[in-house]
Design a protein around this ligand. Structure first.
Ligand code: ITT
Length: 193
């Protein structure tokens, strides 16, 4: 039986990836109403993912899935981290600010983190998974695919930035790809209460 799952994100780049990753699941995806905005008051990716999934499930009366993610830069003590979306007004501002803060620092090591959470219609969190991808921050953007910080995040294993990868390649090594790989086998076994 197909069940409805509300995708609790307002980020179109994330949405594209989440829709692709959920394509062959037994769930029928619907989008979160645009006017339903959840304030991210948590201090961890897990807290914010759970908050978004739970609030959207309660508000819509459906199952909901949320993703909280961000970029942690070693030389900046993990900043922007959970504040990655609030680091500037748009993607190019956020990238410019990060490159400025990092300057010519020799240590360019960083990681993308993603926590995905699923809530049932009562707002209870039933599943959660995390994925991490280590990489390096370049001095200037490279590539046109993807979204967000993709053009400055270089993955040595692939010798490409996220923005130079095909969606399949990004999925195979990315923080979100790994979180969904852990989550998907469990998702189809979840039954309505
Ligand atoms: P929702 O909360 O509505 O899902 P958001 O953009 O506010 O959307 P987050 O709070 O999780 O999402 O912030 C994530 C930030 O990290 C945001 O600026 C993204 O662009 C960035 N980000 C997350 N995953 C990324 C990826 O795969 N590639 C590039 N940037 C990414």
């Amino acid at each position: 039986m197909t069940k409805l799952l509300v995708v609790a994100t307002g980020n179109p780049g994330k949405l594209r990836e989440m829709q692709a990753y959920l394509e062959n699941s037994n769930w029928e995806l619907i989008l979160k109403p645009e006017e339903l905005e959840i304030e991210e008051t948590g201090e961890t990716f897990a807290a914010n993912a759970c908050l978004k999934a739970s609030q959207v499930a309660l508000a819509t009366g459906n199952w909901a899935i949320a993703d909280d993610s961000g970029l942690e830069v070693d030389a900046l003590n993990g900043i922007p981290g959970v504040y990655s979306a609030r680091y500037g007004q748009n993607d190019s501002e956020r990238i410019a600010r990060l490159l400025k803060e990092l300057g010519n620092a020799e240590n360019r090591q960083a990681q993308f983190v993603c926590v995905v959470a699923i809530a049932n219609p009562d707002g209870a969190i039933v599943l959660q998974a995390e994925g991490i991808c280590r990489g390096e921050i370049l001095h200037a953007p490279r590539g046109n695919s993807g979204f967000g910080y993709d053009p400055i995040f270089y993955v040595p294993e692939k010798k490409l930035t996220y923005a130079e990868m095909t969606p399949q390649a990004k999925r195979s090594i990315s923080h979100r790809g790994k979180a969904f790989t852990a989550l998907l086998p469990q998702l189809d076994t979840v039954l309505s209460p």
